[in-house]
Design a protein around this ligand. Structure first.
Ligand code: ADE
Length: 465
């Protein structure tokens, strides 16, 4: 592959004689020619610029000088039929340079000509003229959202990023496999070497365990974590089918979720948590509550009883009353389109909670650590929309709920939260155990004519911040 770089500061590009790129060009794996643009001027001052047409600050580089210079590069015989020639013009107004583009150039381009502008840039007709020629592609690119004094630094970056991918330039192609911006669509995990202890910092122990499976998993989790923190745009572009269950659990810890059965090509979303504090939201909550409540009912319950329960307890009016009550806390999760996809409703007892809860809470229940539970908040409702069950979103809703509740229990000595769930609903019980609840008792209550059996589960309210 051949690189022709044009600049008014050719010495700037001397760095290309160093390191791997320098060796590759000395060894013939690539061919790099740097040209002084002023060699194509004809006046005594070797002028390459002029004032902007239409007025404005600074100087613009002349199309006629650039045209003569670039034509000589594109006239070079590359020794093959229909070579692919690309004219790259660095500019802060260009499209972002990416690894994908560099891979394509390294694999499929025969000649990369780079025109380094200075001052206010190159006369716009240069790009349009070469783009109109069938044998030349024009690529106006930017290194990032900041402005450099000229294109030379960007040219150095482009040559290095492309040249290292040309076969034979890097001795060990293995080192290209797990890089940031590689096929995994993630940033690379952190790497370490000896000494294992340095200034009080030690290398993560798992890396010295010799267990390749665990090391691989740790690296993958670190790559996911880093990418979620630094490049949420890259996470948002991931395809669900690129990731396994563990990947998704790791991303869940960073606030990214997929529906439990994502379609191929489906991207993760970052749900938004809200505390419902405006009665105008009541109908949205009532709608989700009415839709999800039947799923938690035992099959023996009559449809009419379920409908009657919904009409009485999950109506717009009931939710408006909950939202305005100082003893109710409603937390919701919304998807990227602002649809409500999960909610919880908690009931805070009178006083500072010492008196126990409403509705027959098991105030004398004992947790496995021997502590009597109380004061007690009842987690009265905790529902995910059907397609989000099994997505891990329950963890986010629980954390959001506990945090919202902790604002009400600052003065409490050891606040607990309890819930009753249908004794036959093992899936729900499994979920609550995962969310830190344990079985503390049983209770019965009536829906219509039917006596229902619940198990009662509880956990402390503390949540790490
Ligand atoms: N020339 C000036 N700023 C630039 C940038 N951000 N990227 C590429 N070329 C540039």
């Amino acid at each position: 592959m051949r690189f022709d770089i044009f600049s008014v500061f050719p010495a700037y590009l001397n760095a290309l004689k160093l390191s791997l790129v320098g060796k590759a060009s000395a060894g013939g794996a690539i061919d790099i020619a740097v040209h002084d643009l002023r060699d194509w001027t004809e006046d005594r001052h070797r002028t390459v610029d002029d004032t902007p047409v239409g007025g404005g600050a600074g100087m613009v580089m002349r199309a006629d000088i650039w045209g003569k210079a670039l034509d000589t590069a594109f006239d070079i015989d590359l020794g093959r039929e229909n070579p692919r020639r690309v004219l790259a013009i660095p500019t802060p107004a260009g499209s972002p340079l990416t690894q994908e583009i560099c891979i394509d150039l390294a694999r499929n381009c025969d000649q990369l000509v780079i025109a380094c502008g200075r001052y206010e840039g190159i006369d716009g007709r240069v790009a349009t003229h070469y783009a109109s020629r069938a044998e030349i592609e024009v690529f106006e690119f930017s290194l990032g959202d900041y402005v450099l004094n000229g294109g030379e630094v960007a040219a150095l970056a482009l040559v290095e990023a492309v040249a290292r991918l040309v076969p034979g330039v890097i001795g060990n192609p293995e080192s290209l496999v797990e890089e940031s911006h590689g096929s995994a669509g993630l940033l690379e995990y952190p790497t370490y070497t000896r000494p294992l202890d340095w200034r009080g910092e030690s290398v993560p122990q798992i890396l010295t365990s010799g267990d390749h499976g665990r090391v691989g998993r740790w690296r993958r989790d670190e790559a996911l974590r880093r990418t979620a923190l630094r490049r949420p745009d890259m996470i948002a572009a991931l395809d669900a089918h690129q990731l396994d269950r563990r990947d998704r659990a790791t991303l869940g810890q960073h606030g990214w979720y997929w529906r439990a059965q994502p379609a191929a090509g489906e991207h993760p979303i970052r749900p938004v948590l809200e505390i419902a504090d405006d009665p105008r939201l009541a109908c949205v909550y009532a709608e989700l509550a009415a839709r999800t409540f039947p799923d938690a009912c035992p099959p023996s319950l009559a449809d009419a009883d379920v409908r009657a329960f919904i009409a009485q307890h999950l109506s717009d009016e009931a939710f408006a009353a909950h939202i305005t009550s100082p003893r109710r806390v409603i937390v919701g999760l919304r998807d990227e389109e602002c649809r409500l996809i999960a909610y919880s409703l908690s009931v805070i007892p009178e006083g500072n909670g010492a008196a126990g809860a409403e509705d027959g809470a098991p105030v004398d229940a004992v947790l496995s650590d021997g502590e009597r539970i109380g004061p007690l908040i009842e987690l009265s409702k905790f529902y995910l929309d059907q397609e989000w069950r099994g997505s891990g979103l329950g963890g986010m809703l629980m954390t959001g709920t506990l945090r919202a509740l902790s604002a009400h229990t600052r003065e409490w000595e050891r606040p607990y939260i309890w819930l009753g769930t249908n004794a036959g609903n093992k899936r729900a019980q499994g979920l609550y155990s995962k969310l830190g609840f344990e079985l503390v008792g049983r209770r019965q209550f009536m829906v219509g004519e039917q006596n229902n059996h619940d198990v009662v589960m509880a956990r402390t309210l503390d949540v790490s911040y």
